[in-house]
Design a protein around this ligand. Sequence first.
Ligand code: GUN
Length: 286
Amino acid sequence: MILLDGKALSQKIKEEIKHKSKELKTKGIEPCLAVILVGTDPASETYVNNKAKACELCGIKSLVYKLDESTTQNELLALINTLNYDDSVDGILVQLPLPKHINKNLILESIASSKDVDGFHPINVGYLNLGLESGFLPCTPLGVMKLLKSYDIKIEGLDCVVIGASNIVGRPMATLLLNADASVSVCHIKTRDLNFYTQKADLIISATGCAHLLKADMVKEGVIVVDVGITRIGNSLVGDVDFKEVSKKASYITPVPGGVGPMTIAMLLENTIKSAKNRLSNFATF
Ligand code: GUN
């Protein structure tokens, strides 16, 4: 069994990003990511703080807007509009989930697709579904693909099962795998017989947040397992996979923590650098 070490790979990527930020600065561009948090959800607050910290460590300017829970939809739209037109801002990220009185889809559509480093805007979702690389790809699925690639795992022709059909992870993950010529099944909360799918799978990617959902008797010998789930139980973080047992059968498996999580942040930084490079090439055309 080989551990898919996202922490180590993300550190390597972050070193490369530091160099790219430096290079952009010599050309007059300071890469900049704006992160907006509405409300005080503790998990979201931790994610936002981690994103800001990672930016600063890699030479990317971070603007963090922590807005009150009572912020209106129009106030949030006004802030996004200001950031859309601010030429010094390369990326805009609105942390999800949003409070119930705010229409999430409306907010995600209001972010300029050229600054949508989360890859959630319908234009970027469209590029992904067309198999085009011109837009931004969602950070977690992109991080999973990079992690698999770094271990030379070939996706083409594999029988893949994605568990979870969210817009943030499951759906874009399935699309990236399909774009890489895998056969893909997407399972979700209404799937009647999860075992039927997982037992045949060469590659399983689980993103449900159900602690220890995937047990050893649900997988075949030699399976590749990527665990995107994170559940806090007491003081420890637990994935969707019963790691102790499943790792005995797996050929490759991600740990939780230290697997997919650090890759997500590294991809957010990469997308921000990509946007800053686009800013540079737009300058060059004037
Ligand atoms: N909430 C959970 N994951 C994410 C993510 O990748 N991006 C944003 N904006 N919010 C999230």
